[in-house]
Design a binder for this molecule. Structure first.
Ligand SMILES: Cc1cc2nc3c(=O)[nH]c(=O)nc-3n(C[C@H](O)[C@H](O)[C@H](O)COP(=O)(O)OP(=O)(O)OC[C@H]3O[C@@H](n4cnc5c(N)ncnc54)[C@H](O)[C@@H]3O)c2cc1C
Length: 484
């Protein structure tokens, strides 16, 4: 068969078997689990190293072919679906752990390194270190989560995953390679982004529109030997958020998560639970803590118990915490929460296949109102009020997510998700929250809220960093042909 345009262009970039243009593959890569509009790539290149990535960027720049980086494709924002066709760079095989510096607690990794892979490697080397781990499946990329400014199970202590990055090596479509953080000065594993002008931010939350990151240095944190995960029935959202706010500022807990009642039902296999049982608590909360010794652990447990007792004496309805090990004995489904990373199959593997969210960061002071309004909106569209809320960075802010599962092949449901998410987005923006990992439709709602000078500067930076407009185009209203 005569090679098509893309096969000719990229023929020298990767071996033949890693350049794919068959319809089945293109169609698989043209959508994800969300309601995002499908977009067909022209070719998928399975990139395995920096030299191939560099060659792909060079060819794409010369011939103005859009490049869309992708690893597991689970960003839940349609971010690796091509908006203007082009080449998907599948980076799953570009996955070496280049270095783990135990003393400085820094890992240097390639794009395809997954949470499962790094956690297994730390375990294999018997290093008492860990990375912040999200609730996404083990096969998802650490780099993608950091570049998308996601969060993990240590974000209460250390902030968004973007903040964990200490250095990047980035290929620009101009052909330049740049380094950020201490890497800009020396080859040692970059210990910090300070004290240089911080260019790392030019690649965090830009959704791959400014450059292709080929190497990242990221902080690891001590993994303490004594750990507990406890669950508390917190009954309603007021009690949950009050407790969260109080616990968060103790600087003692690794993670605190308030989950709404559909989570429990869905873990038991009920796909679309719309009705809460009369005695069923509206919310439950998990609390993670870790310590260097039994004595330290017991101080933390005592603090938690004291705060719960105080909240209760102030009138809050709260049960005593239950250890996860105890819960698992009566409800084995909770085993899923025992060790991260984990695959929450009730979200990722239900028959309808659809999963979406409006995920936001926002002030903890406004959680109650935003949750009230969000629950109302979800009920109107007949989605269970599946909410995950977690304080971050010592309680300065938190993540509030409204999650929907749905049938991807049912057009009516897909439309309902679109409308529900659009309404949720309007609401969260009005309440002062900021959506993250934003799909194209959501970004279009965010842009009018952006300070005009900020958006103009973003566009100018885009022109400088990606003058050919080939890096994941169509996002953030950055392309030159898009109206301001
Ligand atoms: C059930 C479930 C739970 C989840 N829970 C969480 C959670 O708790 N916290 C959280 O933060 N997220 C969560 N997520 C979202 C998502 O899984 C994570 O953000 C994940 O780490 C993304 O990894 P990925 O391999 O799927 O990346 P992909 O979806 O493949 O990411 C691709 C995007 O990342 C960017 N990108 C990737 N590589 C590069 C590169 N080399 N250079 C430039 N840009 C690049 C680009 O914008 C690209 O479009 C969850 C998802 C699911 C399905």
């Amino acid at each position: 068969m005569t090679p098509n345009r893309y096969e000719r262009l990229f023929g020298d970039v990767v071996p033949e078997q890693r350049l794919v243009t068959d319809e089945a593959t293109l169609s698989r890569f043209s959508r994800d689990t969300t309601e995002a509009e499908p977009g067909r790539p022209d070719v998928v290149l399975f990139i395995e190293n920096a030299a191939e990535a560099e060659a792909a960027v060079r060819v794409a720049a010369e011939h103005r072919v859009p490049l869309i980086p992708r690893i597991a494709g689970t960003n839940l924002g349609g971010l690796s679906i091509p908006v203007r066709g082009g080449a998907i760079l599948d980076l799953t095989g570009f996955n070496r752990i280049i270095d783990i510096n135990e003393i400085d607690m820094i890992a240097v990794i390639e794009p395809g390194v997954t949470f499962g892979q790094l956690v297994a490697e730390l375990k294999r080397r018997q290093l008492p270190l860990t990375i912040g781990i999200p609730l996404s499946p083990p096969h998802t990329s650490i780099m993608a989560n950091c570049l998308l400014d996601g969060l993990g199970n240590l974000s209460l202590l250390y902030g968004t995953m973007g903040e964990w990055i200490t250095g990047l090596e980035v290929l620009l479509s101009t052909g330049q390679t740049i380094r950020t953080g201490a890497w800009a000065v020396s080859d040692v594993p970059p210990f910090a982004r300070a004290p240089l002008p911080d260019l790392t931010g030019l690649f965090v939350s830009w959704q791959g529109t400014t450059g292709l990151v080929t190497k990242m240095a990221v902080e690891l944190k001590p993994k303490l030997a004594f750990r507990r995960r406890l669950f508390v029935l917190t009954y309603n959202r007021r009690t949950t958020y009050d407790l969260m706010r109080r616990l968060a500022r103790q600087r003692m807990f690794d993670d605190i998560g308030g989950l709404s009642w559909p989570t429990g039902k869905m873990m038991y296999g009920i796909e679309r639970p719309l009705e809460r049982d009369p005695d069923e608590p509206e919310f439950f909360t998990y609390i993670d803590l870790s310590a260097n010794s039994e004595a330290e652990l017991s101080i933390k447990l005592d603090t938690m118990t004291r705060i719960i007792a105080e909240q209760r004496s102030n009138g809050a309805e709260l049960e005593d915490p239950l250890d996860l090990d105890t819960i698992v004995k009566v409800a084995p489904q909770f085993e899923k929460f025992a060790e991260f990373p984990t695959d929450l199959e009730f979200l990722t593997q239900h028959p309808g296949g659809g999963l979406s969210w409006v995920g936001t960061y926002g002030p903890m002071s406004r959680f109650d109102r935003a949750a009230d309004l969000g629950i109302e909106i979800m009920a109107r569209y007949r989605f269970p009020p599946l909410i995950v809320s977690r304080p971050m960075k010592g309680g300065h802010f938190g993540v509030l997510r409204f999650i929907e599962t749905f049938s991807r092949d049912d057009d009516k449901e897909v439309e309902a998700v679109r409308r529900c998410n659009a309404e949720l987005t309007t609401m969260v923006l009005e309440q002062g929250f900021i959506p993250y990992k934003t799909p194209v439709r959501t970004t279009a709602q965010v842009i009018p809220h952006l300070w005009p000078g900020t958006h103009q500067l973003m566009r100018r930076l885009k022109e400088v960093l990606d003058p050919y407009q080939i890096m994941n185009p169509g996002r953030w209203g950055l392309d030159t042909e898009e109206e301001l």
